[in-house]
Design a protein around this ligand. Sequence first.
Ligand code: B12
Ligand code: SF4
Ligand code: SF4
Length: 377
Amino acid sequence: MKPAAVIHDQIATLAHEAGFSKAGIAPIPSPGEEADYPELGHFEPWIGLGYAGEMEYLKRRDEANRLLRSSLRIAVPWARSVIVCAANYNADAPKSIDPAPAESAWIARYAWTGQDSGQPSDYHDVLLARLKKLEQSLQQALGPFLSRCYVDTGPLVERIYAKYAGIGWIGKNTCIIDQKLGSWLFLGVILTGLELPSTDPIQVPEDRCGSCTRCIDACPTGALVAPYEMDASLCIGYLTIEKRGSIPEPLRSQMGRQVFGCDICQDVCPWNRRAPVSGDEELAVRPDLVNPALSWLAELDAESFRKLFRQSPVQRAKLGGLLRNVAIAMGNSGLEEYLPKLREWAAGSDPVLAEAAQWALARSEGASGLPGETWEL
Ligand code: B12
Ligand code: SF4
Ligand code: SF4
């Protein structure tokens, strides 16, 4: 094996060539050594507290009833080290917290890509193609080895390995933050069967949150229940993307205009103020998805949804989920112009959408200052 520094430089160079902004190596702690990554110990209690909501994939266990994601030694026993790569997706575009027209919705920044160019442009596909390129270069440089690439879907808590690979610290908003790049970073991992030398402990980034609590203070639903701790079942990212069926009523008025994901706890983060704009052509922003009109999204049908969000993470919410979120945002807007659409939905055959629209109508009724007014449904 070559000296650690040479391997690091080689991997960093090849990762850059493959299109990543940053890369590093995290060894996988041996059984009994998991305490070396104390964050792994938080996973089981986190699941126990019900913070994963209905995200059943996070709760998967092996035959011995061990949570797969609590350790890579359990989930992928042959793996010995993780190469973690990060791609900057910061765009020169408005923030979710900037003043915006009352008629506009918010789609999270990570889903602004997805042009129907024939090329993969959902970040999952873009990063996976880059990881595979890097994997191939490494196989050539280091000789054949067991490996597997994942973006988002692997059985691991990527951010813990990202920290120990030197990508960034885990902020109080639970995101990985790099001092220069900020937190608008996608992560991708290559699990390897190689005992690659770890990133020098000195390079494990220092926590630079200090006494700041902006993200916790700004979270509309109180999902950041404590520093570094999220009750994901309260997070607007979960409610608008992962949650099927109805969204719990007390949370709806806190969702504001967010119809897909949420960027608030990153938009308020001082480390994102001077973060460089990405300039990554494959992750280029579709301007039509920045502050889109609620009325435009409300008119989507199965065909136009499929066309608009082909190659886009928005597909995950499905049309029914997106329209449910739009109905809630319309209710939160307090604008009377949405009443006809809400009445139409309230009388429609999709029970989840109908119920969300009824809630939005009742909320608009309160906001219009016309208590007692009834609408024909
Ligand atoms: C499930 C999931 C979600 C869930 C839950 C989020 C969450 N915080 O867990 C929901 C749907 C809410 C979500 C939202 C978002 N997600 Co998401 N998500 C994931 C996924 C698939 C798993 C994360 C996971 O395992 N969570 C479980 C909990 C337990 O982990 P955790 O919050 O990271 O908590 C650990 C640490 O906080 C740690 N910890 C560290 N220090 C300390 C200190 C103390 C005292 C304590 C108690 C704990 C603690 O302990 C915890 C347990 O190990 C990952 C991909 C992956 N495979 O890892 C992407 C991932 C985390 N998401 C990502 C993104 C981009 C987002 C959104 C920005 C999308 C959006 N705009 O809506 C938001 C960000 C919200 C936020 N503030 O985190 C990126 C994050 C990149 C980054 N820079 O950090 C990832 C890595 C996907 C990727 N490959 O790029 N996501
Ligand atoms: S993404 Fe939004 S709802 Fe989720 S923790 Fe951050 S601010 Fe709160
Ligand atoms: S807003 Fe403040 S506390 Fe939250 S992640 Fe950023 S620096 Fe840390």
